[in-house]
Structures are given as C-alpha cells and as structure tokens.
Design a protein around this ligand. Structure first.
Ligand code: GUE
Length: 287
C-alpha cells in the first residue's frame, strides 16, 4: 500500500483565496487588514520564513509592516516597538519571529503583544483560552494541522492520536485541539520509554520533535494518518541543503494511509492560518 499525499500547498492556496476575499470585503468597509512582522537578527532560515509571510500578505492584499531590527537590539527597544504597534490602528496582527537572540526574554516579549493582536496565539491569555476552550487565536501550526486533517476527512471522534513533541507552539496546543475534536490523545517526548509502542497505536500521528527522519515506517500503524511538522535542513551528503521532516518519508509512505510531505505539507498551512488569524483580528477590530 502507498499512502495518499496530503497536499498542504493546494489546501493553503484554497484557504488563502478565501482569506483574500474576506480581506477585500473588510477593505471595502473601511478596514484593510494589517499584519506587522518583527525579525530581530540575521538568521537565514528566519529571513526566508518572514519573506514568505510578507509575500502571502501581499498576495491576499493584506497590509504588512516589516521591521527588521539588528541582532543587538535591546529588549527595551523591542518592547517599545511592540507597544507602538499595539496602539497602531492599521495593524491588527503582530508576529515577532522566534527564536529571539539570547539576551531577549521571549516570554516577556510575547506577553507584551496585545492579546487581541496575538495572531500567533502564543500569549498566556490565548494559551489559557485554548486550554479552556475559547481562545481569541489558535497557534498557526497546530491549527493548520487540524485543517489538513479535516480536509483529509479524518475521523477524530474516538480516534487514537499520538503526538511526538511537547513544545508550547506545536505539541501542547495540538494535543488540546485534537482532544477538543474527540480524540484520545497521547503526548510523547524525549523521555518517553518505548516510543514505538505508542506511535504504533496511533490512528493519527503528529511528529513535531525536530529530529530528522526519526519516525520510521515500522513505527506506524498500517493505514494511519501521519502529519509531519518537522522542518530540518539536511547538513551533509548528496541531499545537503534540502529539507526533510521528522518522518522518514520513504519508509512511512509504504505503511501510512495518508501522509504530509516536507516541504509542501504543514509549512504552507502555517502561513495560511496566520492570514486567517490576521483577517479575523481585523474583522473583530471593525466590529
Ligand atoms: N513567531 C513565530 N511564529 C511562527 O509561526 C514561526 C516562528 N515564529 N518561527 C519559526 C517557525 C517556523 N515557521 C514556518 C512557517 C512556514 C514554513 C514553510 O512555509 N515551509 C515550507 C518550505 C520553506 C523553505 O523552503 O524553507 C514548506 O514546508 O513547504 C516553515 C516554517 C513558522 N514559525
């Protein structure tokens, strides 16, 4: 058996076209949705992601503000810029690209963003809102995974869902969203004993560990839906420079029922959901 490929590029295009329509309608009513993206420092990978986010805004006719601040920006200066954007009526969403340089307290930065503009869904108020069922915004990556699962016709109710990874931006919010959908959720991580025991029970397997090709075909239940959140740059060998996921695609595709590729799976969905959140922020602002 060969798995069905879940095409995140195609689905993200559909979602972005819907976003563009909603943005145009808001603009016609006098509120053009706006997103501010702040990048501190010169990480090459971050620069690529940020550029993709800005381009996606432009294509959907969403106003964007891009602040590229130097790596030695002080925490105080970054917080001051965020407060300015909090007060700017042309900006409905604020995203500070992570990771930040080590001299800046990420938690403090996130808590300084107005919760109503926190389109990443990382603010404590939104994290707590997700825990209790009513966030203003959901984190874009796990939210995008939910859209991919919905589009794939995945049945969540009563399903065994296993997540590998316990981060605040993917693993934990993903668990809450899948649980909300009726799945029985297991979160595995670096301290889990016998990882394969858990992953082999999964009807839905989400890999978000940041370890290249760690999940192999023998760890997957035949017919399972496998979602690969990992984005790893291959360092050496014939494929140096290429991207790969946390799933060993070649062996997994022979066992799974459906699988997301890397690139072209979850990554483009993350950007699509950022635009969804931004338009939603603008719609609330417009009242
Ligand atoms: N405040 C904040 N919010 C984020 O949402 C955030 C962040 N910081 N820091 C970094 C991660 C990573 N991230 C990605 C988004 C899109 C792709 C994406 O579009 N990937 C393409 C490939 C892009 C390429 O070629 O490198 C794909 O998978 O097909 C990847 C990664 C958002 N992040």
């Amino acid at each position: 058996m060969t798995a069905r490929i879940l095409d995140g590029i195609a689905l993200s295009r559909t979602i972005r076209a819907e976003v563009a329509e909603r943005a145009a309608a808001l603009t016609a009513r006098g509120t053009r949705p706006g997103l501010a993206v702040i990048l501190v420092g010169d990480s090459a990978a971050s620069a690529v992601y940020v550029r993709n986010k800005i381009r996606a805004c432009t294509e959907a006719d969403i106003h964007s503000v891009f602040d590229h601040m130097p790596a030695d920006t002080t925490e105080a200066d970054l917080l001051a810029r965020i407060r300015e954007l909090n007060a700017d009526p042309a900006v409905h969403g604020i995203l500070v690209q992570l990771p930040l340089p080590p001299h800046i307290d990420e938690r403090l930065v996130i808590e300084t963003i107005a919760p109503a503009k926190d389109v990443d869904g990382f603010h404590l108020q939104n994290a707590g809102g997700l825990l209790t069922g009513t966030p203003l915004f959901r984190p874009c990556t796990p939210y995008g995974v939910m859209k991919l699962l919905e589009h794939a016709g995945a049945r969540l109710d009563g399903a065994e869902a296993v997540i590998v990874g316990r981060s605040n931006i993917v693993g934990k919010p993903q668990a809450l969203m899948l649980m909300q959908g009726g799945a029985t959720v297991t979160i595995c991580h670096s301290r889990t004993r016998d990882l394969a025991f858990h992953t082999r029970r999964a009807d839905i397997l989400v890999a978000a560990v940041g370890r290249p090709k760690m999940i192999t075909g023998d760890m997957i239940k035949p017919g399972a839906i496998v979602v690969d959140v990992g984005i790893n740059r291959i360092e050496e060998g014939p494929d140096a420079g290429k991207l790969c996921g946390d799933v060993d695609f070649a062996s997994a595709v022979e066992v799974a029922g459906a699988i997301t590729p890397v690139p072209g799976g979850v990554g483009p969905m993350t950007i699509a959901m950022l635009l969804v959140n931004t338009v939603e922020a603008a719609r609330r602002f417009a009242g």
